[in-house]
Design a protein around this ligand. Sequence first.
Ligand code: ARG
Length: 468
Amino acid sequence: MTDSNSKSSKANTMWGGRFAAGPDAIMEAINASIGFDKRMAAQDIEGSRAHAAMLAATGIITDNDAAVIREGLLTILSEIDGGDFEFSTALEDIHMNVESRLKDLIGEPAGRLHTARSRNDQVALDFRMWVRNQTDAAIEGIQALMKALLVQAEAGADWVMPGFTHLQVAQPVTWGHHMMAYVEMLGRDLSRFQDARKRMNLCPLGAAALAGTSFPIDRHMTAQTLGFDGPTRNSLDTTADRDFALEFLAASSICAMHLSRFAEELVIWSSAQFRFVALSDRFSTGSSIMPQKKNPDAAELIRAKIGRIMGAMVGLFTVMKGLPLTYSKDMQEDKEQVFDAADSLMLALAAMTGMVSDLTANTDVLEVAAASGFSTATDLADWLVRELGLPFRDAHHITGSLVAMAESKGCDLPELTLDDMQSVHGDITQRVFDVLGVHNSVASRTSFGGTAPDQVRKQIVYWNEVLN
Ligand code: ARG
């Protein structure tokens, strides 16, 4: 950023009419937002072009002025895109930088663009369009990750792995079922962003400074041009509102929390102690000192992104709380954190999608682990209830004795003999061994939403339909 005007002692040419002297350098530094709000240049120019067209359509400015303004704005956009636009701190923000340049380019008509508008509705518009854009990006990113998970789930609908509670082996589940758990979480994230998008999709332009305007503007026209469902209904609320950004950050925080949990599992699963999965080289790094190491850095960074994303949410809530209506300059502190949170979320989603697509499950290790820790003990207890008609509490007790027996023999439940079994309860038959293997166990969990491969496949079909 070039900064030719920062030591200027002249009054601001945009609003300096009643000021004899320019601002102190420190004042200029704390006041300026151009360093970050230049990221909204495209939205600012799109909004101004729509506003100019509307001003002409309603007879507030001439068609000729509107045409010159709209053309000049396009020139500025290409200057900014091409990297040869001189941003000035003295001109505070993106809105005044663009307008000032427009004056250089087209002269007098530039001064007519800001008719029936204020920077208060202008910034509300620009920021809302920027957040709407990122909401769409989040929706796309989530859908891409869900599709990658569906591919994993389809491949491994039958693979068994341990299911955990307390990170202790609990019952065998299927790989597909575990992948689909994340599809469900991301499905909720998807609907949160879609829902927030509907609510944010009303156009602030025309609220003006706070009270609306006496000019005969057509707010429906600008709303339609800019892809909104209509104009906002209260000008005070419009200039004071940043709910759209808060909702974006809230949805982003929940999504980042989900990504963090999955990332943590990948860190654990890829460790030498677990070896459940192998991460691809593309999403791992080596150590500069230990040649044998392959570190899950991408997963660790995804695990951490929640920190800054949720920090942004708390930050903006803290800025907004207690602000009297309508606009206060505090609200300029809304942008940087949202920008950073959006960048972090998109990067985390993309990295997770890449990792999931490249992920290799070590199915042999998963199968052995699935059977460890007497993971089919519940199946044995259920069998005693079903086949011998025992009360579940008695079955639980008998199973406990058999687990203790297996433990003392240093074997797993399916390795006990029928004699061993019958020494604890005489009515147990050979058929008990049908439910003890891990594959039998998962195949029997056929309740809706359960881990049986048939059930998992039903959920895969459901989500494939939703996403395609
Ligand atoms: N740069 C300002 C912001 O980001 C734009 C709005 C300024 N409005 C005002 N009345 N000073 O919030």
